[in-house]
Design a protein around this ligand. Structure first.
Ligand SMILES: Cc1ncc(COP(=O)(O)O)c(C=O)c1O
Length: 435
C-alpha cells in the first residue's frame, strides 16, 4: 500500500483495506471482488451522469484527437474555452466573466484572491478578510481549508487563518432556540452576522462565502428567509457575496443553480463537479461585470492578471463541459431533477416519524435523513452498504444525492434500501449492524 489517502484515518486504512472500485455501469460501481453498489451520493456529489457516460467519453476521445492540451496564458487560449465561457455566463444568473481552474478548492482559492484584488484595485486594499460559516466546506487549499468550518481540516495545518471570520450555520433543527420559528432563527443569524461585521469593522472585510445549501456540513438547507436576511446585511456593509455552487450548481437543487432556488444574487460563483459530471477535473469562478471591470485597471497597471494554473481552461474539459450542458438541456434539467426529487421526498416522508430520526429534508436531488446520534447514522450507512447502496454519512446525517440518470425505479430501490436500513438499525443496537 503506497498511498496516503485523503480524508481517511491512515491507521484504519492500513488495517482495513479501502474498498477498491474497478468498474462502473451507469449509477452502479463494482468492487474488485465483483460486488455491485448503487452510489446514491454520486460519489462526491459529482458524478451526475453516472460512471460510464458514453457521450462524454466519446467527446473526450474526439477532443483528445483534435487538441489534447493547450493553455490560456500570454495571449493564446483554446478556442473551446471561449465557447464554454459564453455558454456559462448565459446560464449563470448575473455573471459576465469566467476564470477556469481544475478543482473546486482551486476555484475557491481563486475567488478569495479575486475579491481581494478587486478591493485593492478600488483603493480599499485593507478589505482582506472573508467571512465563512461553521460547518462550511470550501476545499483543501490553504485559504479554502481555512474557510472550511471543520476542525479536522485545520488541526496540524496552521489553520484557520486570521483573515477568516466565522459565523453560525443555518441549521434550524439543531441550532434554533426553543419556540423560535424558522424566520426568527434566520433573522437571528443575520443579526449575529451584522454584529460580527460591526465589531470587526466592515472596512476590513472583502467578502462572505456560502454554499446555497451546505453539503459536506450535513446537507443543511437554508431556513425561511435566511438568504434574504443575510444579503440585506452584506449589502448594508458593502461586502461581496461569493456563492460556492460546487455541489448545488448544474441542477442539484432543482434549478440550474442553488442561487436561483433561494433567491441569492452573488457577486461571484464557484462551480466544478457537475460542470463536467466529474469525468474531467475542471472548475470555474464566474463574476459579475462590476467585479471584472473593477479589477481590470490594476491588472492593466501591473501588466498582467498574475494568477493562473497550467491546466486551467483545458480543452478536453471544455469539450466535456459543453457536452454536459447539451445533455442537461436535453434532459430538461430543472424539471427532471424536480420530478426525481419529489420521489426522493416521498420516500423520505414516512421515515420522518421513525424513532431516532430528527429530521428529513429534500430539495431537488439533494436530501438527508438526520438521526439523533452519529452512531445511528453509521449503522444505517453500514446496513445500506450490506444491501448494495452507498450513502454518505456525515456525523448524524445520512446524505442522499443520486446521479441525475437514475430512473424512478432506481430511486425507489435507493429509498427502499434506506427504509430497510433505518428499520434494522433502530430495531437492534447500532453496533450490532455490520455490513
Ligand atoms: C461546496 C464545496 N466547495 C469546494 C469543494 C472543493 O472541491 P474539490 O474537492 O474539487 O477541491 C467542495 C468539495 O466537495 C465543495 O463541496
Amino acid at each position: 500500500m503506497a498511498q496516503l489517502y485523503p480524508f481517511n484515518d491512515p491507521v484504519v486504512v492500513e488495517t482495513e483495506q479501502p474498498l477498491l472500485i474497478d468498474r462502473g455501469d451507469g449509477i452502479r460501481v463494482r468492487d474488485t471482488d465483483g460486488r455491485s453498489y448503487i452510489d446514491a451520493v454520486s460519489a462526491l456529489w459529482c458524478a451526475s451522469l453516472g460512471f460510464t457516460p458514453s457521450r462524454l467519453t466519446r467527446v473526450m476521445a474526439e477532443q483528445m484527437g483534435q487538441l489534447a492540451y493547450y493553455h490560456s496564458f500570454l495571449g493564446r487560449a483554446p478556442a473551446l474555452t471561449d465557447q464554454l465561457a459564453a455558454r456559462l455566463v448565459a446560464r449563470m444568473p448575473g455573471m459576465a466573466r469566467v476564470f477556469f481552474g481544475t478543482s473546486g478548492s482551486e476555484a475557491v482559492e481563486t475567488a478569495a484572491k479575486i475579491v481581494r484584488y478587486y478591493w485593492a484595485a478600488r483603493g480599499q486594499g485593507e478589505r482582506q478578510r472573508i467571512i465563512a460559516r461553521d460547518g462550511a466546506y470550501h476545499g483543501s487549499g490553504q485559504v479554502s481549508a481555512a474557510l472550511t468550518g471543520m476542525g479536522y481540516c485545520h488541526t496540524g495545518f496552521s489553520l484557520p487563518l486570521s483573515s477568516v471570520l466565522r459565523t453560525g450555520r443555518p441549521h434550524y433543527k439543531r441550532d434554533a432556540e426553543p419556540g423560535e420559528t424558522e424566520l426568527a432563527f434566520s433573522k437571528r443569524r443575520a443579526r449575529e452576522l451584522d454584529a460580527l461585521i460591526t465589531q470587526e469593522d466592515a472596512g476590513t472585510i472583502a467578502a462572505f462565502i456560502g454554499e446555497p445549501a451546505m453539503g459536506a456540513g450535513g446537507v443543511i438547507l437554508p431556513p425561511d428567509g435566511y438568504w434574504s436576511a443575510v444579503q440585506e446585511v452584506l449589502a448594508k456593509h458593502g461586502i461581496l457575496l461569493i456563492a460556492d455552487e460546487i455541489i448545488c450548481g448544474f441542477g442539484r437543487t432543482g434549478q440550474w443553480f442553488g442561487c436561483e432556488t433561494w433567491g441569492i444574487h452573488p457577486d461571484l460563483m464557484t462551480v466544478a463537479k457537475q460542470m463536467t459530471a466529474s469525468v474531467f477535473p475542471m472548475s470555474a469562478v464566474a463574476m459579475r461585470a462590476e467585479i471584472y471591470e473593477g479589477l481590470k485597471p490594476l491588472a492593466h497597471e501591473v501588466g498582467t492578471f498574475g494568477h493562473g494554473v497550467t491546466y486551467g481552461g483545458h480543452p478536453v474539459g471544455a469539450a466535456v463541459a459543453l457536452e454536459c450542458l447539451d445533455i442537461y438541456e436535453e434532459m430538461g434539467l430543472p424539471a427532471h431533477v424536480a420530478r426525481l426529487g419529489a420521489r426522493i421526498a416521498a420516500g423520505l416522508a414516512p421515515l420522518a416519524t421513525a424513532p431516532g430520526v430528527l429530521d428529513v429534508r429534500c430539495q431537488g436531488m439533494l436530501a438527508a435523513l438526520e438521526c439523533e446520534t452519529d452512531q445511528q447514522a453509521q449503522a444505517i450507512g453500514a446496513a445500506a452498504v450490506a444491501r448494495g447502496v452507498f450513502f454518505r454519512i456525515i456525523g448524524p446525517v445520512v446524505a442522499i444525492a443520486p446521479p441525475y440518470i437514475c430512473t424512478e425505479a432506481d430511486i425507489d430501490q435507493i429509498m427502499g434500501v434506506l427504509a430497510q436500513a433505518v428499520a434494522v438499525s433502530f430495531a437492534v443496537p447500532a453496533d450490532a449492524v455490520q455490513p
